[in-house]
Design a protein around this ligand. Structure first.
Ligand code: HEM
Length: 499
């Protein structure tokens, strides 16, 4: 071992320990007491964050408390603060800095994402307005991609696939039909690189927050050199951007993809440097792939546990929607209420993690119970008291694909219980001005994928299991079991097939 290593490692460790034990919030905290207790609890939070959250909720109810994490003290505020967070204008309880910090965008993409977040504007405006135009393309890509992904092994009548991996590949390809167009979304090397990028970005973000700031750059360099980063998918994106920009120079532009929308709104310095523009394309990819593949997988695992007659009810509703509205369009997707209900139930039951509305305190803020929380800390709200409140959601621990479609039918309301309708009792997309602008695109894409799959394939879990596989917890995140499989069998000659 070199002398420098012998000096640097202990110094870094001491600095790290000091950094982690620095809890001056004045709030009670969960876990073991004392500085080493803090570290041990922070380590435990990697795999058992939800248990620590439960401990805090049991001990302190809706009063604010601290959970030690590897990134330092995380303040957990009671669910009655949802409206306060929703109406925050980012001056004290700030969202963009929190996203930048948790994903470490200054390393994993670049610092312009925080300074000028125009891709969020593009998704909120152009992408949402273009949903009807995207439907035929998303449908075509879904048909082609599923036919390839679900091809039967020679001589077999069904195929067994690891679902999360398969969904991620499908979502990457189908989303990129809208993001970059057909010439790129079918390139296997690009799909491999963009999936790797989307999957590693949030892991890198988490890992980097475990290190003192001074070490994050070299650590990121090592991680991305070993496991990949934006450079690899950008190899396909950059020449495509150059081609689009050259076409514009010749007056040939024909804005059809999300990348075209990004070019329309990009500042001149990003048009002049396509590497910067490529980061925007990557940012939209991250927002789309990572989230929709998780939701689609949870939904399919639960659909696979339903009885044949329940699945037929869903298929019947899909066929009726398509026949009455003349095929796939906004109106027919809106009529697929049970699929919509299943997706909303995924948002309630799993969301993307066990907390919501992650923010950073850039000024001290007064919570609704009068407690003042100090600046400089991350703050969040636990989902359990919201999404598992039995006064709002009877039998909250039961996953019910039909929960919201039944409510819609009994209340004769269309919007209130919809997948994309956010409210203080349903927050998987956040709330307020930062509520996910991509949720309308995600809903359209996922409903096309799920309906096409259900009409064309029978699906079940291996061994006829009637319980969805348990999800995996990493810090505050929840993802589907990555190894669990589904069995898919083509429904040859069945009603509604390939409508
Ligand atoms: C099921 C799928 C999705 C889920 C669960 C989801 C969830 C979220 C959440 C929780 C936030 C943060 C909200 C907050 O802090 O208050 C967010 C923000 C965002 N999402 Fe999504 N998302 C999904 C799909 C998408 C898609 C498909 C896109 C792009 C096409 C997208 C683009 C964005 C953008 C740009 C933001 C940042 C908004 C801002 O900061 O103002 N999302 N999303």
């Amino acid at each position: 071992m070199q002398v420098e290593t012998l000096v640097v490692v202990p110094v870094v460790l001491v600095a790290f320990v000091f950094y982690l034990t620095h809890n001056q919030t004045g709030l009670p905290r969960v876990g073991k007491s004392g500085p080493f207790g803090f570290i041990l609890t922070a380590l435990k939070s990697i795999t058992s964050f939800a248990d620590l959250l439960d401990e805090g909720l049991n001990k302190y109810g809706s009063k604010a408390f601290v959970v030690p994490t590897m990134a330092g003290s995380l303040i957990v505020a009671g669910p009655e603060n949802v409206d306060l967070f929703k109406s925050s204008d980012d001056t004290a309880i700030n969202q963009p800095i929190s996203v930048d910090e948790s994903l470490q965008l200054m390393h994993t993409l670049n610092s312009r994402q925080l300074a000028l977040p125009f891709q969020a504007v593009v998704v909120r405006t152009d992408v949402t307005r273009a949903i009807s135009a995207f439907i035929p393309e998303i449908l075509e890509e879904t048909r082609l991609a599923m036919a390839e992904a679900f091809a039967l092994p020679f001589g077999e009548k069904s195929t067994t696939l690891p679902l999360f991996h398969t969904m991620t590949h499908l979502v990457a390809r189908i989303s990129n039909r809208a993001i970059l167009g057909p010439s790129i979304c079918r390139q296997e090397q690009y799909l491999h690189d963009i999936i790797r990028f989307a999957e590693t970005l949030s892991i890198y973000g988490q890992l980097l927050t475990w290190f003192p700031r001074i070490l994050r750059s070299p650590v990121y360099f090592l991680l991305s050199s070993a496991f990949g980063g934006p450079k690899e998918p950008a190899r396909a994106i950059i020449p495509h951007l150059k081609m689009l920009l050259a076409e514009r120079e010749q007056g040939l532009e024909n804005a059809k993809t999300i990348t075209d929308f990004l070019i329309n709104l990009a500042p001149p310095e990003e048009i002049a440097d396509v590497k910067l523009l490529a980061m925007r394309v990557l940012s939209v990819n991250f927002g789309s792939i990572h989230t929709s593949s998780i939701f689609g997988t949870h939904a399919l695992f639960h659909l696979a546990t339903l009885s044949e007659s329940e699945l037929d009810t869903i298929r019947h509703e899909i066929i009726e929607a398509l026949e009455s509205e003349g095929g796939y369009n906004k109106a027919s997707l809106a009529k697929m209420r049970i699929l919509d209900s299943t997706l909303r139930e995924v948002g309630r039951f799993y969301a993307l993690g066990v907390v919501c509305l992650n923010r950073v305190l850039i000024k001290p803020a007064s919570l609704v119970d009068g407690i003042v929380v100090p600046s400089g800390y991350n703050i969040t709200i636990p989902l359990k008291p919201i999404h598992f409140d039995e006064n709002v959601y009877p039998e909250p621990y039961k996953f019910d694909c039909f929960r919201f479609s039944k409510l819609r039918a009994s209340d004769h309301t269309d919007l209130k219980y919809g997948f994309t309708t956010v409210e203080k009792d349903f927050v998987p997309f956040g709330l307020g001005k930062h509520a996910c602008p991509g949720r309308f695109f995600a809903s359209m894409e996922l409903k096309i994928m799920l309906s096409h799959l259900l009409l064309n394939y029978d699906l079940s879990l291996p061994g006829g299991a009637k319980e969805a596989p348990k999800p995996i917890f990493f810090n505050s995140h929840v993802i589907p079991d990555t190894k669990a499989c589904v069995i898919l069998k083509p429904r040859v000659g069945q009603a509604g097939q390939d409508l």
